[in-house]
Design a protein around this ligand. Structure first.
Ligand code: GLN
Length: 290
């Protein structure tokens, strides 16, 4: 009879041979998923024998993971900031650095923004996390992808988050009005980087990843329009690629935004350009400020 620990060890070796990064952690997540327990609980169950009714479906997922299907697609969920979200091939798998952006905004944007736009919301992790953190705010989640918006809606329903609305639009084309906070994690991967991406990233929708030769095509359209959609003193916050921060700050500055900051992620990458809509030519901000 195979025990939990033997199964984890064998699966880890299998995944390592197929080039899966963090093979043991991946295998632990898969075993925990099939046992209906947390990864931590496995440590108390190492000697437990696994019967065929658990092993058979686990083998199927292990094989898929070996074929480099992302772990998150096999688990069907991802933990992001303070909630668990459903994920699948309809939208980008949320990345850990994006959680850092949410954390930064929740702790630093004061006073609480009332009207928020998450442009390019994908699965909804940013906008829904902000809506949950600020129940008095109204959050618009917008995306060009019908499939991503359906997933974002499902996530809102699953988490019972109601202070949100959903809008299908290409960038700002369908957006009227102004916001106190605009957050955008737009596609920013340069087309030329495609051959260097891991097989797992190939399971994210192209639409959510790529944006022209240098990755900045959409951001170049986004920046000049931001000021038409921010209240005076409002904030724009973005996530960009590892070497794009300075260029994006320059675009925001050229568009009339002020108080530019380029914040680093936990790996030290200048990842998050933040800027404000000047409150007026000669006064300080009244709306959401950083
Ligand atoms: N950070 C993601 C990646 O490296 C890309 C996310 C995006 O384009 N917004 O794959």
């Amino acid at each position: 009879m195979t025990t939990v620990l033997e199964c984890i060890n064998a699966g880890t070796t299998y995944l390592e041979k197929r080039g899966v990064e963090d093979a043991r952690r991946n295998m632990q997540f898969l075993v925990a998923h099939h046992l209906g327990c947390s990864r931590m609980d496995l440590y108390l169950r190492f000697d437990e024998p696994l019967d065929e009714s658990t092993l058979a479906p686990l083998r199927v997922d292990l094989k898929k993971r070996g074929e480099r299907i992302p772990l998150q697609h096999l688990l069907g969920k991802v933990s992001f900031y303070q909630h668990e979200f459903h994920v699948d091939a309809r939208a980008l798998i949320p990345r850990p650095e994006t959680e850092e952006l949410v954390e930064m905004l929740v702790s630093e944007v004061k006073p609480t923004p009332r009207q928020i736009l998450d442009l390019g919301c994908g699965s909804g992790v940013i906008g829904l996390s902000l809506a949950a953190a600020w129940p008095d705010a109204q959050v618009t989640l917008a995306d060009v992808s019908t499939a991503a918006l359906t997933l974002a809606r499902e996530n809102a329903q699953g988490l019972d988050i109601t202070n949100v609305e959903f809008l299908e639009t290409s960038l700002f084309s369908g957006i009227a009005g102004r916001f106190d906070l605009i957050v955008a994690n737009l596609p920013y991967v340069p087309e030329v980087d495609r051959p260097t991406l891991t097989p797992e990233v190939g399971h994210d929708p192209d639409l959510a990843l790529f944006s022209g030769a240098d990755g900045l095509d959409l951001i170049r359209q986004f920046c000049p329009q931001v000021s038409q959609h921010l209240h005076l003193g409002g904030t724009v916050a973005m996530e960009v690629g590892h070497d794009q921060g300075e260029a994006v700050c320059a675009l925001l500055r050229a568009a009339g935004l002020s108080e530019l900051q380029l914040r680093k992620d936990i790996s030290g990458i200048a990842r998050f350009p933040l800027a404000k809509m000047p409150a007026s030519s000669n006064s300080v901000g009244t709306a959401a400020s950083l």
